[in-house]
Design a protein around this ligand. Structure first.
Ligand code: ZN
Length: 204
């Protein structure tokens, strides 16, 4: 496996690729396995929970998502894993249904580290996609972190950036800079993630 460079929204050459409407992938494709492994490695290295192929310079319809495990604190103070981490590889994903209801949450992107803004999203989506073998699959009514990540990543494949979804641009801020004065370097690392919000909101 190897790390790939993550393209940036604030780099004009990178932005051209990030603004591309990505092309569908023909399956099976022998090279995808390596690319997917690299994308997961690159995403984890940047402590993100989702990464789309155009973010590593490839305008194709592929995204990976990682939902962290859930821990619950026990009476004795220890933490027990109540839900394992989940990994998703979505090839040629299409959102086929979404809720009318919206939720606004603070959102960030690995292609614009440190910046966060309030983005409205559907509370749930149903997505159809293909697995590596070309088999059609479906996730029904994905909500919470998964539903939100699917919408963010499918947007990437359509060349849409989270900054374009923000209605109130005054909410778009570089939180790393703002909090520089009071926080340690370690905290900063935790904050410069695609989808981890800046403050006490659960890491999404
Ligand atoms: Zn992103």
């Amino acid at each position: 496996m190897s790390l790939r460079r993550i393209l940036r929204i604030d780099n004009p050459e990178d932005k051209k690729i990030l603004k591309t409407n990505c092309r569908p992938i023909k399956l099976p494709n022998r090279e995808l396995k390596q690319l997917i492994a690299d994308m997961f490695e690159t995403m984890h290295d940047a402590t993100g929970v989702g990464l789309a192929a155009p973010q590593v310079g490839l305008p194709i319809r592929l995204t990976v998502i990682w939902i962290p495990p859930v821990y619950e604190k026990q009476e004795d103070g220890t933490e027990v894993e109540t839900a394992p981490a989940e990994e998703y590889v979505l090839i040629n994903p299409k959102i086929v249904k979404m809720s009318n209801e919206e939720i606004i949450r603070q959102e960030g992107c690995l292609s614009l580290p440190g910046w966060y803004g309030d983005v409205p999203r559907a509370t749930w989506v149903t997505v159809e996609y293909q697995d590596l073998n070309g088999k059609m699959r479906r996730i029904r009514k994905a909500d919470g972190l998964l539903g939100w990540a699917i919408q963010h990543e499918v947007d990437h494949l359509n060349g849409i950036l989270f900054t374009e979804r923000i209605r109130d641009l005054s909410t778009l801020r570089d939180l790393t800079k703002e909090q520089d004065a009071e926080t340690s370097a370690a905290d900063q690392v935790a904050r410069t993630t695609e989808q981890s919000p800046a403050t006490d909101t659960p890491k999404v």
